[in-house]
Design a protein around this ligand. Sequence first.
Ligand code: FES
Length: 166
Amino acid sequence: MSEKRNRVSRRQFLNYTLTGVGGFMAAGMLMPMVRFALDPVLRPAAGQDVVPTDVKIADLTDEPKRVDFKIKQIDAWYESEEVKSAWVYKQGDEIVALSPICKHLGCTVNWNADPAHKNRFFCPCHYGAYEKDGTNVQGTPAPSPLDRYVHKEKDGYLYLGKAKPQ
Ligand code: FES
């Protein structure tokens, strides 16, 4: 009975060793690159549902007031701050926060800015008009109501979030 010898030759041993070490080194170099490429996808979303403004709820009236606020924007690897605006007023106990972006072509609307449109939001670009609650006035280029901001009250101050279509 002959014993089958199952020995690894010197050449095979060298091949296995070099393949293993080479693979380990390649993985060590590639992993940081893959991690860097996927980083924005893996990063948890910035928890900025609403951001604070410097407006006290108690100071709001039934007259729309322009409120500027900043939001943090994260675009892949680039972080920046964007200044946004809202038209905010009280309707009884309810707070209304409207986007100033005209739904026609994106100009900025102003409150009570045109004598022909008293107590309305008016867009100077193509004469679009919106009622106080943001409803678009028929017969003007405004195609749909102004967006409304998500808002919240905290410690007596107004917090604003994303603008959503009405
Ligand atoms: S952009 Fe406002 S009416 Fe055209």
